[in-house]
Each structure stands twice: as structure tokens, then as C-alpha cells.
Design a protein. Structure first.
Lengths: 349, 379
């Protein structure tokens, strides 16, 4: 009798272990770097409506699944293609009229039965509206893995505020950490994952510590569409490496062409200075000028004189530092972008 | 019967030998300087000998910029990080001596050798590359001077004219040529013949306060935009990347005059669009023979390398793929090979291809390799 009870108990422990590990334990590696699935992830998610397609970049091929907050699993059909960089890319079409709105974790089960899961990486919306809102934070400067640290608690409060606001997604424009150590990245991700809206991040000058940023989010240059609008996210980097020696200019040109048909085109980066690579400036602000650029870095709002880039066609919106509690919400519609006043977590409303 | 068997055996051995010779990677001789590192923040200049496959690394200072060979192939100039900012370093290829130039300003970048190898021009400024001036350094006298006078600021990437042929031709083409107010063309040519002339891209604000770029020629004390009678209407368009032909008889540059980035050719017969495609065409590089211009284009989707014969504007694809990008072409001294960067294995690596061949020969296989520059043959 005793032996049978032990057996049943062991069986249930096994079932619970399998379930827990199935749904949670595979999110990123132990050091919080990305596992098998590289894109999408919590800092570079996809937002799409049923019937639309998205791309998955992965170290291995496999079966893909979406898992919602109630652990309902939806199997995806993927067309895999080998990339030149020892990676695989899957083209996935989101089929299913009944799929509910909200965040999904993306799971892969590879041919060798290895699992990986990226939480908060796929967001489903039934449709995209003409008019929508987004929030902008910058310069968080997480300094440690201590949750009581001032920067950490301020970031947490901003996320709590934004969870209650009407923004459809959140842009976080660099200096996410202060020294880009793995402890700081771990704390940043922990708070980021408390956000109930899609979060798009880009790298700042403080986030450059070996290739830690790439290990966390895979790429610092990417683009996405939200409804009719296009967003190009890129890393200003140092002016020395922002020139045409590297690969970023290729991506910037390609993205600006792909998103040319957008109603509005946004540039999302950490900073703008005239000293950044001239080729990147020519692509983004001269030949096919983007309409709006959003960034941080200066820890202050832009002045009226700074409200348009010196090339004359791109409007500028700079948000003061998130470490000081600042954030901003923007309304986007047919008339363009309408920034609401800059807010602080200490504000009462 | 035995004779027949022997004949067949010899035939097959010969066939294999011929086949293996034909397939052997026939690599030209020469040296290529380039940037290599674990990531873009740890780049150092390396020099690869193509025949022996041996490599030298210049370890002095950090954050090296793109290497540029002197015309005689004896030295390499590059910028690198110092305590104050960026300095131009000169590395002697034969003795391995490497030293920094003495600068007045902290930030110095984009070195360009004069045709006789005695001077180096570069951009120079006090802080962060705003309001860049062009400095010219006389190597024999260790003397740095700022060129172009006070009227032009924020110059990008100066390039020397090896000869003044094209400038003479321009001056002679039209009787009424408009230069900047106060510009003395006779003094300009006097200075040009004694110390040389440079061309660069000036970034300056228009009356509407909008920035634009314009091609500017400058001597020791004077600067002027290229005469508007010979150029496109430059205030409406942004020019970039002027490259003077090896003989100094023509130049190519980029402009967005056609609505997208195109390569234009300015010669004795006037100005013409030589790339002409609705995708971007940029980064023109003259072959040492002066017959061809290699450039990068997105006309087949990915960034690829093409070559054009400027006289007829006939464009030939050089290395183009639907799966990867290729950029930064540098010609061999005999103009028969091009070394370039490609991300076909996922990271930027150097490759080599003959202009009439099909085979792409990989040269590097480490983390990040960029900005190749082929050592010229001493004249």
C-alpha cells in the first residue's frame, strides 16, 4: 500500500516536472542569453494579425508552436530555409481565425527533440487601426542585479505605469544597462518581461560590452511594420564603425526600400549626431528620408531648434532618461505623430 | 591489348593532371592590407601576403581605421585611437616601424596619400568630427598645415588629384566659369602645380538651414565648389565619394540627382550618369589602369559589386548573389583581380576573384575582416 502511494506520488511529481519544464524552463539559457530561437524575442518581437506571415531565425530547424498565457498550444506551419550564417529562417503564416489577441511564447522542438521557448515574442492583434499609440523610454542604465537599486526600481515603476496606459507597444531606445554585464542584462530582462505590451529595444553606447547585446537580442539592426507604418531600429554606434565598412548600411538601405510604401517611416535609435556615419545619414535622412526619428542619449528633451534633423526632412523626438523616471506616449494617425507631454512616474495622473 | 590498357591508363592520368591544374586556385601575388578583429571594436590592420599566405599584424594602438597604401607601396597610413582622440599612424611595411603624426587637433581620420607619397591629407578637428578641416602633413618636414582657407568647413574624405588635367580641361571648357567669390583661379593653379590639389565633399547649410553636400576642390589657401556650369545643380542634390582617375583626367562621384544614388562621370566631354539604375549605386573605385570603375549596387536585390566602362557606361556584374552581400572592392595593381568583402559565410570575410573568372577564392576565415586595400606596385 505504502509502495503504491509512493509510486503514485512519484508519477505526479514527474508529470508536474514535465509540465513545468515544458512551459517555462527553456526560456533562454542559464546566463539569460538567447537559446536556439534567435528572433523573435522579448526585445525584438513580432506583432501581427491572423493571416499575416512572420519570420523566425533559429540555430536549428524544428516544429514551431505558439503558447498563450493559459498554456494553450497552437501548432505552426513553417517553411525552413538555410541562411548563410549557420542559421535557419522559417517563414510562418499565422492561420486560424479564432486565434485570440495577446502575447504568445514561441516554442521550437528541434529534430533532435531539443526545446527552446522565447516568451513575449509573438503578439497577435485581430487588426491594425489607422490611429494607435506607442510609448517611448530611453536610458534606463540598469547598474546591478539588485532589485532595490534606484535605476531598477524606477524602470519597474515605468513598466507598471505603461502596463496601465493605452500604448499598443513600447520602444526602449538604448542604454538599457550601464555596463552591459550579464548581471545587468539579467535584471533588465526580468523587469522587461513584466511588461504586458510588446517591447522593442535598441542598443546604446552603454550596451556595448563584447557581444553581450547580440547574445541577448541577436541583432541591433532590424525593421518591423505596425499597420501601415514602418519602423527601422538601428544602432548609431560610434561614428567609426557606423560608416560603410560594416554591414549595417546594407541593412539600412534594404529596410528603407522594403518600408518605402509605409504611411509613416520611423527611425528608432539611441542617438543622433552629425558625426555618425555619413552613408547611414544619406540613406536614412537624404535619399529616402524617414519621417520621424526617436532617440534618447542626451537625458533631456530636444529643443525647438533640434526638432528637425539638419538634413531638413526628418522630425526629431527625444525623450529624457528613463533612469530619472521619464517616458512619453505618442499618438499616430493620418496626420502624423502627435507627442503627448513628457511624463514622469512621480506625476499623479 | 596490354598496350591499349597502358594507353588508357596514361590518358586518364594526364586527364586528371590537366583537370587538377585547371582547378588549382591560381592566386595572384601581392599583399592586401585590411582590418581584422573579434568584433568591430577590436579591429587592427593586418597585411596578408597572397602567395605565402603569411600575415602581419600592426598591433600599435587600437580601433584602427581603414588602411591606405602609399603610392610606392612602402608604407600604410591608418587612423587609430589615442589618449586624446584619433591620430594618423604611418607603418613602414619593410621595417615594421610605426609612428603617429603630430597633430594640432585631437580627431584625425580618412588619410589620403599625395601622388608623390610625400604628403598625407586627412580630416582634422578638435572634437567629435564637427567642423572638420583638411590637414596636409609633410612627412619629410613633420609639418601639418590646414588647407582650403577659412571659407569651407566640414569636409569629408579628401582625395588628391594626381595631375591637374581635368581641372585644366574644366577651366578651358567654358569662358565664364563661376567660382566662389574672391577665388583666384590663377593662384589656385600656381599652388596646385607646386603643392597639389585636393577634392572633397563639403557639408554645409543652405539658406533654408537644410544641410547639403557639394564637391569642393581646394589648394593650400583656397577652396571652391566645382563650377556650376560643369556640374549638376548641386544645391538640390547630395554628392558624395569623389574618386579621381589614376591619370587625373576624369573623376567619378555619387549623387542622388536621378532620385536615387547614381555614379556620375566627369571627363573632358562633360558629365554623364554611368550606372543608371533605380536601385542605389555607390562607392566607385577606379582600376589602376584607369579603364574601369568598380562600384556597389543593389540592382539585383543584395549588395553586389559591378564594374563599368565609363566611356560607354556599359555595366558588367562582377560578383552578385541572391544569398549574400559583397562590398568594398579593391583592385590588384594589374587591374585583373578584385578583392572584396562578403558575408557569404555569415561574417564579413575577404574574397578574391579574377575579373573574367568565375571562381571566388576565400582569403580569410576569422571573426570580422573588412576594408581591404591592395598594395600598389612601386613605379
Amino acid at each position: 500500500m505504502m509502495f503504491r502511494a509512493k509510486k503514485i506520488c512519484f508519477f505526479y511529481i514527474c508529470v508536474i516536472y514535465v509540465l513545468v519544464s515544458y512551459f517555462s524552463a527553456y526560456a533562454r539559457l542559464e546566463d539569460r542569453t538567447l537559446g536556439i530561437i534567435k528572433i523573435p524575442n522579448e526585445g525584438c518581437p513580432v506583432i501581427l494579425a491572423p493571416g499575416q506571415t512572420f519570420k523566425v531565425t533559429s540555430e536549428q530547424k524544428g516544429e514551431l508552436f505558439l503558447i498563450d498565457n493559459e498554456n494553450q498550444i497552437l501548432s505552426l506551419t513553417a517553411q525552413w530555409e538555410s541562411l548563410t550564417s549557420n542559421l535557419w529562417e522559417a517563414l510562418v503564416t499565422l492561420i486560424g481565425k479564432g486565434i485570440k489577441e495577446g502575447p504568445y511564447s514561441l516554442q521550437i522542438i528541434t529534430e533532435t527533440k531539443t526545446k527552446d521557448i522565447n516568451p513575449r515574442s509573438v503578439w497577435v492583434q485581430n487588426s491594425f487601426k489607422e490611429f494607435y499609440t506607442f510609448a517611448h523610454i530611453s536610458d534606463i542604465h540598469i547598474r546591478s542585479n539588485d532589485p532595490d537599486d534606484e535605476q531598477t526600481s524606477t524602470f519597474q515603476e515605468i513598466i507598471e505605469k505603461l502596463n496601465r496606459c493605452d500604448a499598443h507597444f513600447i520602444l526602449i531606445t538604448g542604454d538599457l544597462t550601464h555596463d552591459a554585464t550579464m548581471e545587468q542584462w539579467g535584471m533588465f530582462l526580468k523587469i522587461l518581461n513584466q511588461c504586458k505590451k510588446p517591447t522593442f529595444v535598441c542598443a546604446g553606447n552603454h550596451d556595448r560590452n563584447k557581444d553581450n547585446y547580440e547574445n541577448m537580442f541577436h541583432t541591433s539592426t532590424y525593421a518591423f511594420r505596425y499597420g501601415k507604418d514602418g519602423y527601422i531600429v538601428y544602432d548609431t554606434k560610434e561614428y567609426r564603425v557606423a560608416d560603410s565598412r560594416g554591414e549595417q548600411d546594407t541593412l539600412l538601405y534594404r529596410y528603407s526600400r522594403e518600408l518605402k510604401s509605409s504611411r509613416w517611416m520611423f527611425g528608432i535609435t539611441h542617438r543622433y549626431e552629425f558625426t555618425m556615419g555619413i552613408r547611414a545619414q544619406i540613406i536614412l535622412f537624404v535619399d529616402d528620408p524617414i519621417d520621424f526619428i526617436l532617440y534618447g542619449h542626451t537625458h533631456r528633451e530636444n529643443t525647438k531648434e533640434e526638432s528637425i534633423l539638419p538634413w531638413g526632412k526628418t522630425h526629431v523626438y527625444v525623450v529624457p532618461a528613463g533612469k530619472d523616471g521619464y517616458y512619453r506616449i505618442y499618438d499616430v494617425g493620418e496626420g502624423g505623430i502627435l507627442p503627448r507631454p513628457i511624463q514622469n512616474i512621480k506625476d499623479h495622473n | 591489348m596490354e598496350k591499349v590498357n597502358l594507353f588508357i591508363l596514361v590518358y586518364f592520368i594526364l586527364l586528371c593532371l590537366i583537370n587538377s591544374i585547371a582547378n588549382a586556385e591560381e592566386v595572384p601575388d601581392g599583399q592586401i592590407a585590411y582590418l581584422s578583429g573579434e568584433d568591430v571594436d577590436t579591429l587592427h590592420v593586418h597585411i596578408l601576403d597572397l602567395q605565402s599566405k603569411t600575415e602581419k599584424t600592426i598591433s600599435k594602438a587600437s580601433h584602427h581605421g581603414a588602411p591606405v597604401w602609399s603610392p610606392d607601396g612602402k608604407s600604410i597610413a591608418f587612423s587609430a585611437k589615442t589618449d586624446k582622440g584619433l591620430s594618423i599612424f604611418i607603418h613602414n611595411y619593410e621595417t615594421d616601424e610605426c609612428h603617429a603624426l603630430n597633430h594640432q587637433y585631437s580627431w584625425n581620420d580618412n588619410p589620403s596619400w599625395s601622388a608623390n607619397g610625400k604628403c598625407i591629407a586627412y580630416t582634422s578637428c578638435e572634437k567629435g568630427l564637427v567642423d572638420q578641416k583638411v590637414a596636409v602633413y609633410e612627412l619629410e618636414n613633420n609639418k601639418e598645415e590646414f588647407w582650403g582657407g577659412e571659407k569651407v568647413s566640414s569636409i569629408l574624405t579628401p582625395v588628391w588629384f594626381p595631375k591637374l588635367d581635368i581641372l585644366n580641361a574644366m577651366n578651358a571648357t567654358v569662358s565664364q566659369v563661376t567660382y566662389t567669390e574672391g577665388f583666384d583661379i590663377h593662384k589656385f593653379f600656381d599652388e596646385g602645380y607646386s603643392t597639389g590639389v585636393l577634392i572633397g565633399v563639403a557639408v554645409f547649410p543652405l539658406e533654408s538651414k537644410r544641410l547639403t553636400t557639394e564637391l569642393v576642390i581646394f589648394s593650400k589657401s583656397q577652396a571652391t565648389p566645382l563650377p556650376k556650369e560643369l556640374m549638376l545643380e548641386s544645391t538640390r542634390f547630395e554628392e558624395l565619394n569623389p574618386q579621381v582617375s589614376p591619370k587625373g583626367s576624369s573623376l567619378v562621384f555619387e549623387t542622388n540627382e536621378s532620385g536615387d544614388r547614381e555614379i556620375y562621370y566627369l571627363g573632358r566631354k562633360g558629365i554623364s550618369n554611368i550606372s543608371n539604375h533605380h536601385s542605389a549605386d555607390w562607392n566607385p573605385v577606379w582600376s589602376p589602369s584607369g579603364e574601369w570603375v568598380a562600384f556597389e549596387s543593389f540592382r539585383h536585390g543584395r549588395r553586389g559589386i559591378y564594374r563599368v566602362f565609363p566611356e560607354t557606361a556599359r555595366v558588367f556584374p562582377f560578383v552578385v548573389s541572391a544569398d549574400f552581400d559583397c562590398w568594398n572592392p579593391t583592385w590588384s595593381p594589374n587591374s585583373e583581380w578584385i578583392c572584396f568583402v562578403s558575408n557569404q559565410t555569415g561574417t564579413p570575410q575577404l574574397y578574391l576573384k579574377n575579373i573574367t573568372g568565375e571562381k571566388i577564392i576565400p582569403l580569410t576565415n576569422s571573426a570580422v575582416n573588412l576594408a581591404p586595400n591592395w598594395r600598389p606596385k612601386a613605379k
